[in-house]
Design a protein around this ligand. Structure first.
Ligand SMILES: Cc1cc2nc3c(=O)[nH]c(=O)nc-3n(C[C@H](O)[C@H](O)[C@H](O)COP(=O)(O)OP(=O)(O)OC[C@H]3O[C@@H](n4cnc5c(N)ncnc54)[C@H](O)[C@@H]3O)c2cc1C
Length: 460
């Protein structure tokens, strides 16, 4: 089927945008294109999740922050989504001895939100359904597309194949994008993918006597050196726990008894909270892998563009993958406000967005992970630096901004965030070194002065 307006018979038709992948980014993107007046065809390999009984997928809940919220706001969805989220004001750090200490995410009143992934997906789909110029095509899996003709080949659930053409193809088909495969054949296209040595395993912490088992307005973290467990609250008063751990450690826990032993050693305070479910948590599903993907460019001619995980999948420690993917839609839309023609918009999108790929700055996430997981020396330094950064932020709010604040509570471009972070880190470390040197010099001077005074007083 030729939806494209290049077809000579269809010059009066609206331009057609094919969004491949009706996940979080694809469905939101469809709303953006529809709002601009395009005819939008969404092709999703899964069944309609609004009808499906079982929805398979990744993490049960996600952290939504400023970039994601701003993108939702533009299509009038921010309030609906927030009303179904749970604000989390602090990280709640669980020490091995069970003590809990909160570390606020930002200033008073700043928070991130725990959002149910399946519900968010349903809300986005329902929003897409309200646009008369969006057509949702479920059980349509992209097999391949031609960079020469732009023709996409889809296979349907019953096995039938169909060839489809559109004016613009938007690849929102996730980290293992089938759209991106064709980019790999082009010269000067850079691509890399890296698996972390860690896997992740999710399980539920049920309510106790109908109430949350722990304080609900926090993201709970159990840092344990090379691994950590986190828990995010859900509206049904459960917590969704995720254990991030090297695969070889997962492989050692082979029986229900070993699970109990493992929890007694590392997470004793969580045992009564998870209760009877604990024995089985390692065996319901295997630990899942985490991949980060970097590529450049994000477009092919005036025909195709990549967004969301298809362009930049990242490890989840900073809670930015979806937020960055949502922001892609906003950035693309901002560029469309200035440049109308796809032949100008697509290269500009690559120019603007590629340097802002947080996956490129993997060490930002990895550093954060190391800081979070290190339960002793580094976390004390982390806490100290956090207090110093927060204090300096209060007295110089425009000059010193904590990294997490820039990433999570602003729309400062990611590459500027990283640049500013390096600069302020250097300045603060030098300042602390200077203060330490002055204190040591001052202390030894006072000590000398005191010994001289003692010597003057002494009859010997
Ligand atoms: C454990 C974990 C925790 C996370 N936590 C957070 C968090 O707290 N905050 C955050 O911002 N991000 C988080 N992320 C990242 C976030 O999940 C992703 O960035 C986000 O899902 C990307 O959305 P997407 O629409 O680009 O891709 P996806 O969600 O992967 O959607 C892609 C869609 O394309 C469809 N598709 C795939 N191939 C085809 C094909 N050939 N034809 C047609 N359709 C196809 C799929 O069925 C799917 O619906 C987390 C990720 C993980 C793994």
């Amino acid at each position: 089927m030729d939806y494209s307006t290049n077809d000579s018979k269809s010059t009066s038709k609206k331009k057609v945008v094919a969004v491949v992948g009706g996940g979080l980014v694809g469905n939101l993107n469809a709303c953006y294109f529809a709002k601009r007046g395009f005819q939008v065809e969404v092709f999703e390999s899964r069944e309609d999740i609004l009808q499906a009984k079982i929805v398979k997928g990744r993490s049960i809940n996600l952290v939504l922050s400023h970039r994601g919220r701003q993108t939702l706001k533009h299509v009038g969805m921010e309030d609906t989504i927030i009303s179904k989220g749970i604000p989390m004001h602090s990280r709640m750090i669980h020490a091995l001895n069970g003590t809990q200490s909160p570390i606020p995410y930002g200033k008073k009143g700043q928070y991130i939100l725990s959002i149910d992934r399946a519900n968010l997906n349903k809300e986005l789909l329902s929003a897409a359904e309200t646009y008369p110029n969006i057509n949702l095509n479920f059980a349509n899996k992209l097999l391949d597309w031609s960079t020469e003709t732009g023709a996409m080949t889809f296979v349907r659930a019953e096995g039938a194949k169909e060839e489809i053409q559109a004016d613009l193809i938007v690849g929102c088909d996730g980290a293992f994008s089938a759209i991106r495969k064709q980019f790999l054949r082009q010269s000067r296209f850079n691509y890399s993918q890296t698996y972390t040595p860690h896997g992740y395993l999710e399980f539920t912490m049920p309510p106790i006597n109908g109430e949350f088992a722990m304080k609900p307005n926090n993201l709970h973290i159990w840092p344990r050196n090379t691994f950590m467990m986190i828990a995010l609250p859900n509206l049904d008063k459960t917590f969704n726990c995720t254990l991030f751990m090297p695969f070889e450690e997962f492989e050692k826990v082979t029986t229900g008894d070993k699970v109990i032993e493992f929890f007694q050693k590392y997470f004793p305070d969580a045992i009564p909270l998870i209760g009877a479910l604990l024995r089985g948590i390692f065996f319901r599903l295997p630990a899942q892998a985490m991949v980060s993907v970097k590529c450049s460019s994000y477009h092919f001619g005036d025909k195709c563009v990549l967004m969301g995980d298809a362009a930049h999948a990242m490890v989840p420690f900073y809670g930015q993958g979806m937020n960055a993917g949502f922001e892609d839609c906003l950035v693309f839309n901002e560029i469309m406000d200035q440049l109308k023609d796809f032949s100008a918009v697509l290269p500009e999108y690559t120019r603007v967005r590629v340097p802002d790929d947080l996956a490129m700055y993997n060490y930002v996430e990895v550093t954060y992970f190391i800081l979070l997981t290190n339960s002793d020396v580094n976390s004390k330094w982390f806490l100290f630096r956090k207090y110093v950064d927060n204090f300096l932020h209060i007295i110089m709010p425009r000059t010193i901004i904590p990294l997490y604040t820039m990433v999570t509570f602003t729309r400062t471009r990611y590459h500027k965030v990283v640049k500013h972070w390096h600069w302020q880190d250097k300045v603060i470390n030098q300042g602390l070194l200077f203060c330490a040197a002055v204190s040591v010099a001052g202390g030894s001077y006072l000590l000398q002065l005191w010994s001289r005074l003692q010597a003057l007083k002494s009859p010997f």
